[in-house]
Design a protein around this ligand. Structure first.
Ligand code: MLT
Length: 432
């Protein structure tokens, strides 16, 4: 039995009362602080997937799953996507406030000053097999970067943390483009520091040393908006990984590399590629959307719809709402006529009108639309999760920094409910 009073929650179990303090956030979320449960009562909580567990207090990102709201440092995602640039949002997430004009210029100049990779790193890219997945290269190269910046490893040294965040932010597009160029056997393109963040990345991705590359401003702005929409999402799987790795006081590069590996999975950042694979499968099978909707509803069929539903959002994902209109606009402005778009639109219609989807809250999420736009901008499917990682980087770094600065932080060390054998006698190998 649960009973709440101001600042406390009492649970009665086997006629014993257990009283815990509660913590109320600025938007009214109530957390029950059970940190003394084991110490005082020899009991622990069991919460698969941490669906009901807050692991920290955070002032960075607010998500309201019921109303479909997302804010970075209090600013609505709709406003940031419409008015800000990606470096501006990165500054906001990491430093807590929007930069002034001068601060933004200084930050962008700092980023431009660190876009190059150490030449010795090139040998590392060469060592991967042709066709290696760029996410594997990205996380390996990010971890490897820590070996070039050992002087910045101290998480308690403010200046070192600042230098690491700037370097990671400046160099990740270069790493990502080298990973891509390696995978297709083209020469690595060095950054161009006269370009803005997204334009420079496009240049390194799609440019060639033998001919000029013209940046399409529609593509550059679309990329910037996509990066903004991915920049943070409170305690998701990869961010929690970054915090967990960092809680051991591992350096920022190592912690972020851990987050990248978590992001790679198809249930997280890998979902945007999985959506395109699913749409391609439906297209190649004749484009019969109804057939695949029936398969998705059949619990004995292994087919799974990708890009629908979300652990936190219960009505709609505000990033998807922004992207839905944005996708139509970008595709029209670029003159893209993609057969997968028609399939995506039919699936979307089912999701919004069919009782099966409505009851289960299976509405299209951010990954459903982002893949379509990344594709129309010319990015190959295997780069989609890398793009997510570039977008998420400021969020990972802001969360890591907040975790390090929080005096309540302890090394992450969950407990378990042991469900194995009780003590038993060892038998020698020839007696088994
Ligand atoms: C994200 O942006 O990280 C995803 O929507 C997943 C999540 O929040 O759990």
């Amino acid at each position: 039995m649960f009973k709440t009073s101001d600042g406390e929650l009492t649970v009665t179990h086997d006629d014993q009362d257990y009283t815990f303090p509660t913590v109320t956030g600025t938007e009214g979320d109530v957390g029950v602080d059970i940190s003394r449960l084991r110490g005082d009562h020899k009991k622990i909580t069991l919460d698969y997937g941490f669906a009901n567990t807050a692991a920290c207090r955070s002032s960075i990102t607010y998500v309201n799953g019921e109303t479909g709201e997302l804010r970075y440092r209090g600013y609505r995602i709709e406003d940031l996507a419409a008015k800000a640039t990606f470096p501006e949002v990165a500054y906001l997430l990491i430093n807590g406030e929007l930069p002034t004009k001068v601060e933004l210029e200084e930050y962008e100049a700092e980023l431009r000053g660190h876009t190059l990779l150490n030449e010795e790193m090139k040998a590392m890219f060469d060592a991967f097999p042709r066709g290696a997945h760029p996410m594997g290269i990205l996380s390996a190269a990010t971890a490897a970067m820590s070996t070039f910046y050992e002087r910045y490893h101290d998480p308690r040294d403010e200046e070192s943390v600042k230098e690491s965040t700037v370097r990671l932010m400046a160099k990740l597009p270069t790493v990502a483009s080298f990973a891509y160029k390696k995978s297709i056997g083209q020469p690595y393109m060095y950054p161009r520091n006269d370009l803005d963040y997204s334009s420079n990345f496009l240049y390194m991705m799609f440019g060639l040393p033998v001919e000029p590359y013209e940046i399409d401003p529609v593509v550059a702005r679309a990329l910037d908006v996509l990066l903004i929409l991915h920049a943070d999402h409170e305690q998701n799987c990869s961010t929690s990984t970054v915090r967990l790795v960092g809680s051991s006081e591992a350096n920022l590069f190592a912690s972020v590399a851990g987050g990248m590996n978590a992001l790679w999975g198809p249930l997280h950042g890998g979902a945007n590629s999985a959506v395109i694979a699913m749409l391609t499968q439906i297209d190649q099978d004749g484009g019969d959307v109804d057939k695949y909707v029936a398969k998705a509803k059949d619990k004995d069929d292994p087919f799974r719809l990708m890009g629908f539903g979300h652990r936190v959002y219960k009505n709609f994902d505000p990033r998807a709402t922004i992207l839905k209109d944005f996708a139509a606009d970008v595709l029209e402005r670029l003159g893209v006529n993609d057969p997968l778009l028609n399939i995506a639109l039919k699936l979307e219609e089912h999701a919004l009108t069919d009782d099966y989807f409505v009851e289960r809250k299976l509405y299209p999420n951010v990954d459903f639309y982002s893949g379509m736009i990344f594709r129309s901008l010319g990015f190959p499917v295997r780069m989609f999760t890398v793009l997510f990682a570039i977008g998420r980087l400021p969020g990972w770094m802001a969360q890591w920094k907040e975790m390090i600065e929080d005096p309540n932080t302890r090394i992450g060390r969950p407990r378990q409910v042991y469900a194995g054998y009780q003590e038993r006698e060892y038998t020698a190998v020839d007696e088994r």
